[in-house]
Design a protein. Structure first.
Length: 285
């Protein structure tokens, strides 16, 4: 058996897309899914309940992802345990593959490799992700694929999820490089922001989360993965991709500058891209 915890805040436009991958499919009887609707003011909970008894719905008035993850842990008592964002797509076969890898026992945390869906995205956003796909960070699934899986031993590395922004990075840094793995043959689909401004907003939130972890948990830096800087320097030797490199660098510099300004605590905890949650016309899907 495998448990899946899905924190969901006002995800009525996408939650059915996610859950439909796990209900009524071969192997879905192995899954026990907990959807934690936190601070929802829409129909997320009712939509989730329509999928039947396979889906357990927990509701909370507190709109905070880490709080939802903790509630999900309380409701889920099975390992391996998958934590999945409500707006991604991952098939049952992929979830079973993550569980099988954990059951081998030599790693404690695994994740799929992200396929970035760029449907409806602007040219600028496409250029950004074209560069990102060539960097080491794009191959780090815990924090990039919207999904990560922990064995029972892996989950004992930390207690409750702390009140932080970057829960996935926090989890990744609990493990040494040899204790975590991104599986190249297992895929999840992540939907990119469609506009450059939304991309900057998402990257700003990511930087805020990174800065927060460095400030509150500096000891975790020892488990940090490979950086992107060396590869970026190498890519600048290819003039044909300079436009994409300039866009990539501008987005991250702008986001970093905005993030360093700070802000009221909590004002960015659910700052997220809304453009990828809007259905596309059939002509551009």
């Amino acid at each position: 058996m495998i448990s899946i915890v899905v924190p969901a805040h006002n995800e009525s436009s996408v939650i059915a897309r996610t859950l439909s991958q796990w209900v009524g499919k071969p192997g879905s009887d192995e899954l026990r899914v907990v959807v934690v609707c936190n601070g929802c003011t829409d129909d997320t909970a009712n939509i989730a309940r329509r999928f039947g008894p396979t889906i357990k719905v927990v509701e909370s008035d507190t709109a905070r992802k880490t709080h939802a993850l903790n509630l999900g842990d309380q409701a889920a008592n099975i390992f391996p345990r998958i934590y999945a964002d409500a707006d991604i797509v991952i098939a049952v076969d992929a979830i079973l593959a993550l569980a099988r890898r954990l059951n081998e026992g030599d790693v404690l945390a695994v994740a799929p490799t992200a396929d970035i869906n760029l449907a409806g995205c602007s040219w600028l956003v496409r250029k950004y992700f074209g560069i990102r796909s060539r960097l080491p960070s794009s191959r780090e699934g815990i924090g990039g694929s919207g999904v990560y899986a922990l064995s029972e031993a892996g989950r004992t590395r930390f207690g409750q999820f702390p009140d932080i922004t970057a829960d996935d990075t926090y989890v990744r840094l609990q493990f040494r490089r040899e204790e975590r793995e991104t599986l190249p043959h297992v895929r999840s689909t992540v939907f990119a922001p469609r506009t450059l401004l939304q991309l900057v907003a998402v990257r700003t939130r990511a930087y805020r989360g990174t800065f927060e972890l460095a400030r509150r948990f500096p000891e975790l830096r020892a488990n940090k993965g490979a950086g992107n800087n060396r590869m970026l320097v190498t890519l600048f030797k290819e003039p044909r991709i300079w436009p994409g490199l300039l866009i990539y660098c501008w987005v991250n510099i702008a986001a970093r500058c905005i993030a360093t300004r700070g802000g009221r605590r909590g004002d960015h905890l659910w700052q997220r891209d809304e453009t990828s949650r809007v259905a596309l016309p059939d002509s551009i899907k």
